[in-house]
Design a protein around this ligand. Structure first.
Ligand code: UD2
Length: 341
């Protein structure tokens, strides 16, 4: 719904009436200019939803929203700013909370910064959502919460065992989500993302996700470094699966999902060596990988049991690893990245 507002102050001042068109947002995406946030924004707009987005551009990029910016209500704001969050949540039905500093190694270097963005920021989002009587908050939780427990696959009933400050922060935020459901009745759903990848994931930072980083390096003909022996494994999950999990988490009956935590993954794990091998034909990279020391805070294996999300959210894996990887590399190529010769 569009509402036209003429402010009293502007009329009294005798200026030509300034008309502000406020789009009554139904969805608020925090971290809207990030890789996952901007994918959610596009999916919601495609469905004809009204979308508001906020981002402070700490890791998000304006370019991620370029061609959709005019169709949404975008505000440059920080989740640490409670006033801005109250304004952002006003009139909103669903909050998809993606804003974070999403990096294990960065949190090892700067645990306080990680805690501020990933915990304090979440509490602000929750307070604002509660005060605005938002219907539901869906949270970008992380598989890192499981830590290095030897049991595979990881299922939601397992005790968490976080290793890095990032994992601790993400888990603390999950607990806050559940707490706000229990204490205030605010419906919250946590999606534990398992290594989401796809178009628009930033490949250029030392903290970038491994698939984005390797894709770009190999397209450029640069040698990627595998930390460890290459047998580290991840349940790499293509972005479309995460988008669909978020949309399902908004509409699933409260009795099925409110105050609960769900894995968001594919139920299959791929090693870094296999990843590198799969990327070679896609990128045209002919060389070998370099091997370096394991990264501090890392876990060795990650694989999800996705039964709970299938049962309660109606979640399905829409795109498998191979198709997702091909689409990801195609996207980087379409952005004019040089191809390895
Ligand atoms: C964690 C979470 C993930 C998400 C993410 C946020 C786990 C299992 N996953 O991802 O769900 O929350 O944090 O960023 O905790 N690597 C290399 N070479 C490189 C870069 C990375 O070998 O140049 C390795 C890295 O050491 C790790 C693997 O690739 O073993 C994946 O690293 P990542 O940074 O892509 O993601 P990860 O697993 O820390």
């Amino acid at each position: 719904m569009k509402v036209t507002v003429v402010t009293a102050a502007q009329s009294q001042a005798g200026h030509r009436s300034v008309i502000i068109e406020c789009i009554m947002a139904k969805y608020l995406v925090t971290g809207a200019a990030g890789f996952i946030g901007s994918s959610l924004v596009r999916a919601l707009l495609e469905r004809g939803e009204q979308v508001r987005g906020i981002d402070n551009f700490s890791t998000g990029k304006r370019e991620n929203l370029t061609e959709v910016l005019h169709r949404m209500d975008f505000r440059e704001a920080d989740i640490l700013d409670l006033d801005a969050m109250h304004q952002a949540c006003d009139g909103v039905d669903y909050v998809l909370h993606q804003a974070a500093i999403p990096s294990v190694p960065k949190s090892v270097i700067d645990p306080l910064g990680s805690n501020r963005a990933n915990v304090d920021g979440t509490v602000n989002v929750l307070i604002a959502a509660r005060d605005a009587k938002v219907k539901r908050v869906v949270y970008a939780a992380s598989s890192s919460a499981y830590g290095d427990t030897p049991t595979l696959p990881k299922h939601e009933a397992m005790s968490p065992n976080p290793i890095s400050p990032y994992a601790v922060a993400k888990l603390a935020s999950e607990l806050y989500m559940v707490s706000f459901y229990r204490c205030y009745g605010l419906e919250t759903v946590c999606l534990r993302y398992f290594n989401i990848f796809g178009p628009r994931q930033d490949p250029s930072s030392p903290y970038s996700g491994v698939l984005a980083k390797f894709s770009m390096q190999m397209l450029r003909g640069e040698q990627p470094t595998i930390f460890g022996d290459g047998e580290t494994s991840r349940d790499f999950t293509f972005i479309d699966n995460a988008v669909s999990a978020n949309l399902l988490a908004c509409v699933a009956p409260a009795a099925e999902c409110a105050g609960r935590v769900f894995n968001c993954a594919t139920g299959r794990r791929i090693t870094l060596n296999e990843t590198f091998a799969a990327l070679k034909p896609l990128t045209g990279y002919k060389g070998a990988a370099k091997y370096g020391p394991e990264r501090s805070g890392d876990i060795k294996h990650s694989l999800a049991d996705i039964t709970l999300a299938q049962k309660h959210l109606g979640y399905k894996v829409l795109v498998n690893f191979e198709d997702g990887l091909r689409r990801t590399v195609e996207w980087y190529k379409s952005q004019g990245q040089p191809v390895a010769v």
